[in-house]
Design a protein around this ligand. Structure first.
Ligand code: PGA
Length: 256
């Protein structure tokens, strides 16, 4: 973290978990534990249908609600899809885009991710853009090239001012939901490379102000060590964000 230049952001990614009742129970359980967490922003990204309920449940807390995906068009015949404007309209403030599960199971391309980022920024949503390599790619030694490619493809066409609303989440695919965390050094190295890539595209000022999260089996035990890396400015947390005690502990780790 480097609080002098950029925000720390802790974001939960609930994926396809928790119905509305569970969402309300989670809110009741975590709110007393949230504290003032003045050093970081806290976000909870929940399934589309629970966004209005989550916004209501957290209205008196310093916690913003986000979505986990959106479509890139602003209307049209796309059965089952949701626009960025619809998300904003029901109270979402953030959206996760390009998560590896969407790339893997729904064939989301870098080109589509780039269009989604533009659509989301256009309506004033902050975007959490995910990049990350598979185990095979890491073993082939192409992690840095691949991550640089994903970052460039995702950000193509965005200007400096749009970059103020972009967060990049480095999520090695082999660490997601597996209990295998990247070591703090491994994660810190790739996050530094992301910042280097953004510096080449936008210059030092934009790169310095960019929040870069780590995601992949981050939990209450390893959060402090990961967040101590100078280029890791927060976390995108799946499994541990479903447990109020663990999520609160990660937020506390970001406030030390
Ligand atoms: P995990 O998920 O924390 O359960 O590994 C992270 C993510 O997919 O964003």
């Amino acid at each position: 973290m480097n609080l002098k230049y950029r925000k720390t952001v802790i974001a939960g990614n609930w994926k396809m978990n928790n119905n509305l009742t569970a969402t309300k129970e989670f809110a009741d359980a975590i709110k007393p534990k949230l504290g003032r967490h003045k050093w970081c922003d806290v976000v909870l990204c929940v399934p589309y249908v629970n966004i209005p309920g989550a916004v209501k449940a957290f209205k008196d807390a310093h916690l913003a609600i986000g979505a986990e995906n959106c479509h890139y068009e602003d209307h049209g015949a796309f059965t089952g899809e949701v626009t960025a404007d619809m998300l904003r309209d029901v109270g979402a403030r953030y959206v996760i885009l390009g998560h590896s599960e969407r790339r893997q199971y729904y064939n989301e391309t870098d080109f589509a991710v780039n269009k989604k980022i533009k659509a989301a920024l256009n309506v004033g949503l902050k975007t959490i853009v995910c990049v990350g390599e598979s185990l095979e790619q890491r073993e082939y030694g192409v992690t840095e090239e691949l991550i640089a490619y994903q970052v460039k493809a995702a950000l193509t066409g965005l200007d400096d001012s749009a970059m103020r609303h972009v967060i990049i989440a480095y999520e090695p695919i082999w660490a997601i939901g597996t209990g295998k965390t990247a070591t703090a050094e491994q994660a810190g190295e790739v996050c530094a490379h992301i910042r280097f890539t953004v510096r080449k595209m936008y210059g030092a000022r934009v790169a310095r102000a960019l929040t870069i999260q780590y995601g992949g089996s981050m939990n209450a035990k390893n959060a402090a060590e990961l967040l101590a890396q100078p280029d890791i400015d927060g976390g995108l947390i799946g499994g541990a964000s479903l447990k109020p005690d663990d999520f609160a502990a990660i937020i506390a780790a970001a406030n030390q």
